[in-house]
Design a protein around this ligand. Structure first.
Ligand code: NAP
Length: 490
């Protein structure tokens, strides 16, 4: 592995987003320097590098949506904008001198395990090969834009782009614009562009539950206080975390009485933001609170009160060269179409061909749904660690809580393999099966299975994306590397 210092214990990290950078920092802290980070893009940051659309921000407060071991007191506001999160990731990359470990613009396209050597051979898009004893897959879940399959889309002659591939060279000012989709990305984009464009048509297939955001700018005095007393920053983080845990069951349990608490709060917010009852009716979701991701915004619903913004609820029939036709026969001419249609694949997908012990392919192993032990290890794929893998997504709190537990687990395993000169560790099939049986048993009690459609679910309706429970519980399970759960081969 040429980019890392010469070593007989090479580690490959694939992806330089939060998970990859966090893993690299913890490896350094553990005194392990023999890693290379492969990144297919030209810069670190993952989702925060790619999502630069107007209004892009995290919907988890920054004191919680940052690494606990790399907290900063300087966040400008409660919910930092995307660019600031990207600066944070660049900052910690430089602070820990991680760039010398990185191979940018290097996409891994194939991985193959050599059982005799206890190592993985990774192949890049340029057909180079690298050998690593351990691979930490940090490729992220919501990366590649999902482009809708709408009749005629190819024939559209205006400007068309996805939120995660925003065309900053195209000036929306004074244009007639359509936004397709009303999920987490759309609620951020819509209010931002509404004031800029001549006309905005928002195409809603399914209404979303939206809660108030209560964002605020942090004063210089407050930031100085946090810098002087880091315990205050830790307390801010911790209070936000425990509040989301406390409220979690309202969001993740399939319990109509609990869901009503959230629904009432959201409907009160809607009533406050939208005066027209007919419009309110169209914006009211028909599925149980929490079944899709809860959105937060103080401006999204209010944007529909603007005279230049229209909510279109008739299904799209066809995109023509100059506009969009809906099933009721209406045609709206537009200069630009913004696809806020989410992402392909997800946490439960195989990013490229991965061949483990005895030639087994991850694609085949996961053909009936992605399963892993604690979301990280798959039997038959030794020394392969997945961060943000199957059933590790939260519906109610910061994903980084889960990621940090996975990093701790992975670093502990790497130390064990390296220090004891092991060839490999491979999770025991029966341990993995037992873990997933219990997990799927609990899934039945979760709201995501209550009848709505979302990226959480696979095509057959099963859920291999989210963790069915509290974050604290996952962390307790996932952090330790319990060697008895693995076949250990010296
Ligand atoms: P999303 O939640 O999957 O929403 C996609 C939207 O596009 C939905 O409203 C969907 O309608 C609509 N859609 C898809 N195909 C369509 C079609 N053919 N015709 C009409 N409408 C169509 O995607 P997202 O908003 O990009 O968010 C994805 C995830 O990214 C979120 O759940 C979240 O985890 C993450 N995210 C996070 C933040 C943050 O602040 N932390 C911000 C943005 C995104 P249906 O609902 O009917 O399917």
């Amino acid at each position: 592995m040429s980019a890392a210092s010469p070593t007989d214990f090479p580690i490959a990290i694939i992806g330089a987003g939060f998970a990859g950078i966090g893993t690299a920092i913890q490896l350094k802290k553990a005194g392990i320097d023999s890693f290379t980070i492969f990144e297919r893009a030209g810069e670190v940051g993952g989702t925060w590098r790619d999502n630069t659309y107007p209004g892009a921000a995290c919907d988890v407060p920054s004191h919680a949506y940052s690494l606990s071991f790399e907290q900063i007191p300087t966040w400008s506001r409660r919910f930092a904008p995307s660019g600031e999160i990207q600066d944070y990731l660049r900052g910690i990359t430089d602070k820990w001198k991680l760039r010398k470990h990185m191979r940018m613009k290097t996409e891994i396209v194939d991985a193959r395990f050599d059982e005799a050597a206890g190592s993985w051979t990774l192949t890049t898009g340029e057909d180079e090969t690298f050998t690593a004893r351990v691979v930490v897959s940090c490729v992220g879940g919501l990366v590649d834009p999902a482009l809708p399959d709408i009749k005629g889309m190819q024939s559209y002659s205006g400007e068309l782009f996805h939120t995660a591939r925003w065309n900053h060279d195209y000036d929306l000012a004074g244009r007639r614009v359509a936004v397709i989709g009303t999920g987490a990305s759309a609620v951020q984009v819509v209010p931002e562009v509404a004031g800029e464009v001549e006309r905005l048509d928002v195409y809603q297939r399914t209404a979303s539950w939206v809660m108030p955001k209560r964002d605020k700018v942090y004063s210089e005095g407050y930031k100085r206080l946090l810098a002087r007393f880091p315990a205050l920053l830790r307390a801010s983080r911790s209070s936000k975390y425990w509040l989301t845990e406390l409220l979690g069951p309202i969001i993740f349990l399939d319990n109509k009485r609990l869901a009503k608490i959230g629904e009432r709060g959201s409907l009160a917010h809607l009533k406050h933001q939208v005066k027209d009852p007919e419009l309110r009716e169209k914006l009211t979701p028909s599925f149980q609170y929490g079944c899709k991701r809860i959105l937060i915004s103080d401006e999204y619903w209010a944007a529909f009160e603007r005279p230049n913004v229209d909510l279109v609820t008739d299904p799209i029939e066809e995109i023509k060269s100059n506009g969009i036709e809906t099933r009721d026969g209406s045609f709206r001419e537009v200069d630009a179409i913004i696809l806020a249609t989410g992402f392909a694949l997800g946490l439960a997908s195989v990013p490229f061909p991965i061949t483990g012990k005895g030639g087994r392919r991850l694609e085949d192993t996961w053909k009936d749904g992605a399963v892993a032990y604690k979301g990280m290890n798959v039997a038959g794929f030794p020394n392969w660690f997945i961060l943000m893998g199957p059933n590790t997504g939260p519906g109610h709190t910061s994903v980084l809580v889960y990621t940090e537990a996975q990093i701790a687990h992975t670093v502990a395993a790497i130390k064990k393999i390296e220090n004891e000169g092991l060839r490999y560790v491979d999770v025991r099939q029966e341990v993995q099966d037992r873990y997933n049986e219990r997990l799927q048993g609990r899934m039945k009690h979760m709201v995501w299975s209550s009848g709505c459609n979302s990226w959480y679910l696979s095509a057959d309706g099963s859920n291999h994306s989210l963790y069915p429970g509290f974050a604290a519980e996952y962390v307790l399970r996932a952090r330790p590397f319990r060697v008895r759960d693995y076949e250990v081969v010296a």
